[in-house]
Design a protein around this ligand. Structure first.
Ligand code: AGP
Length: 599
């Protein structure tokens, strides 16, 4: 969704805000803006497009302010035009507000402001005028601002992280949060606010996680946090163990390329921690009587869940019901206090996944969260958290977090598989073996040949059977989301039931074939495709199949259960190199944002 930042301290605010926004751009890049308090006045600057446009606008401006807020937008309400860019102001420009989230009842609230002139189409501007109305005829004190802000928030339905600056308070930022992420970065004679840690890592790794329905007043010397009744409350400061160099390109051409290469480290670090997590082992031992497991996630995180579904059903013989979170939350799922639910989310902030988690909790289920962001909302609600250790993932397309999720799920499944006499047939060493291979393998040469075959097509099809079908679904999502080519994954046996009609002599079908027990059957589908004149690109470790393909991408012969990890590197590389070849920015695909904190 959007990204918000704020700064108050001894530095010039504008360069800090611009730097912080640039590190949040993956959250949205339709437009950007800042508001700074300068000599008792608010100075507002906004530009459509990426942060660089805003930087260009500001490059010759001399602004001495040391307090301000900023915003980078992923448009929800209102087209990505300057008038809809944040910050938004009240009529007399005595305060400016930035917002991440969605106010669901903004239309109704807007009607209540019947004579109000609106500059924008946004829900956020409605909040600005509502706050202004609450403040009318009141002394502009911190207490009155907090009380008025609370009254406004009480009327709002939906999600918000607000940051507000007033022309009368030269070094204070007022914040409020519900469902959207907001952290406070604690520095020395300076403090920050941000939607996510990468924004402020350059200056501090000391963080306060603001919780839902809390408010705050942040100045250079002080942080005050208030509960939902505006009672001041104590807070904890935690140290993020993410290093600043983890959020810079470090010589790579884009974050996605860097993060594909970091996949081995993400797998190994996560496996190390999860396979040796005695608390998780004890927990899973207690849940042995459970015969049905629910998995709920979105996008790539769901595809990681599919790999777990395959392994749990194959080895533990337990039923796994897996749902897109956006479906789960409305299907009245059959869960109760005997249910075990896994919620997978890289950001830990995906609105649909959080809503699914809250629903499962309300039905008494035991909820485990698998996430890459400690302190994220999902970690504050789940009963148990299995962290992944992929490090900050900046590119919108998830790569290293996906393989880290699989790695964590391999550990979970291993604990779930309890047969006295036999072990599940993969272990940590097998995983380390794949990590070594990952670090020493470069697929660029053969993948560039595939890129040449597909880059100008309107559609690319993926097929696979069993777990290869799940891998094919993730490969299709990865390719489509950063190349804008229509991609679709089919179960290999399903083609002849309809989708084969799409295949012609211009088609390219990418076959994932890593499971020996379905090898013959997948060959049937290949014959069906070839007889329509289509080209076959095959990703497989079975060299005997090489001649069935127009292009064979050779995979190493690893433990079959771990082949989804192996497939990830070449298939992620295919998406990245196709996007680059087509001249797109693999990190910031159109219309998408890294963390979808709205429904
Ligand atoms: C993956 O490449 C996409 N960016 C998207 O599908 C993502 O996986 C999905 O939005 C879920 O995000 P989460 O893992 O942060 O919950």
């Amino acid at each position: 969704m959007c990204g918000i930042v704020g700064y108050t301290g001894f530095r010039l605010a504008v360069p800090v805000l611009l730097d912080a926004l640039a590190n949040l751009e993956y959250r949205g890049y339709d437009s950007a803006g800042i508001a700074v308090v300068e000599c008792g006045k608010l100075k507002i600057f906004k530009k459509t497009g990426k942060i660089n446009n805003l930087k260009e606008l500001l490059k010759n401006k001399i602004l001495s302010s040391s307090c301000g807020i900023g915003h980078t937008r992923w448009a929800t309400h209102g087209v990505p035009e300057e008038r809809n860019a944040h910050p938004h102001i009240n009529d007399d420009c005595s305060f400016a507000i930035v917002h991440n989230g969605i106010i669901e009842n903004y239309d109704l609230l807007k009607k209540k402001l019947n004579n109000q002139f609106f500059r924008s189409q946004t829900d956020t501007e409605v909040v600005a005028h509502l706050l202004n109305k609450q403040l009318l005829n009141k002394a502009l004190t911190e207490t009155n601002i907090l009380k008025s802000l609370k009254l406004v928030c009480d009327d709002l339905k939906g999600s918000f992280a607000f940051a507000i600056v007033f022309n009368k308070f030269k070094d204070k930022i007022f914040v409020a949060k519900r469902s959207s992420p907001l952290i406070i970065g604690v520095g020395k004679n300076e403090n920050f606010i941000a939607s996510d840690i990468p924004a402020i890592l350059k200056w501090t790794n000391k963080v306060i996680d603001l919780k839902d329905n809390e408010f705050g007043i942040i100045s250079a010397q002080k942080v005050e946090i208030f509960d939902c009744n505006l009672k001041i409350k104590k807070f904890k400061i935690r140290e993020e163990n993410i290093k600043a160099e983890q959020i810079i390109l470090n010589g790579f051409d884009c974050f996605m390329h860097k993060e594909i290469e970091q996949g081995a480290e993400a797998i190994q670090e996560t496996a190390n921690k999860v396979f040796n997590n005695t608390l998780l082992e004890q927990l899973v031992n207690k849940k042995q009587n459970i015969n049905k497991i629910h998995i709920c996630a979105c996008g790539t995180a769901l595809h990681a869940g599919l790999i777990a579904k395959f392994l749990i059903e194959k080895y533990c013989r337990k039923d796994v019901i897996i749902d897109f979170a956006s479906e789960f939350r409305y299907k009245n799922p059959i869960i109760n206090s005997n249910s075990l639910c896994l919620f997978i989310s890289q950001s830990g902030e995906t609105a649909d996944t959080i809503a699914g988690l809250e629903l499962a909790k309300s039905k008494g289920a035991f909820c485990i969260a698998i996430t890459n962001v400690l302190g994220s909302r999902i970690t504050q609600i789940a009963d148990f958290v299995i962290p992944t250790f992929a490090g900050p993932e900046i590119a919108v397309a998830s790569t290293k977090a996906y393989v880290a999720q699989i790695s964590a799920l391999l550990g979970f499944t291993k604990f779930l598989f309890k047969k006295e006499d036999i072990e599940i047939d993969y272990n940590l060493q097998d995983i380390y073996n794949i990590c070594d291979w990952w670090k020493n393998t470069n697929f660029d040469e053969v993948i560039l040949k595939v890129v040449k075959m597909i880059k100008d097509l309107d559609s690319v099809f993926f097929i696979g059977r069993s777990v290869d079908y799940y891998v094919a679904q993730e490969a299709a999502l990865k390719l489509k989301e950063i190349t804008y080519i229509h991609c679709e994954a089919f179960a290999g046996g399903e083609l002849k039931h309809g989708s084969l009609a799409l295949i012609n002599d211009k088609s390219v079908v990418i076959v994932i074939l890593t499971q020996s027990e379905i090898l013959e059957k997948t060959l049937n589908a290949i014959h069906e495709i070839k007889s329509r004149g289509a080209k076959i690109v095959m990703f497989s470790q079975f060299l005997q199949l090489k001649d069935f393909a127009d292009l064979f991408v050779r995979l190493p012969n690893k433990n079959q259960n771990l082949m989804p990890l192996v497939c990830a590197k070449p298939l992620q590389t295919l998406a990245y190199l196709t996007s680059k070849t087509k001249g797109f920015d693999p990190d910031k695909p159109r219309n998408l944002a890294k963390s979808v904190t709205v429904e």
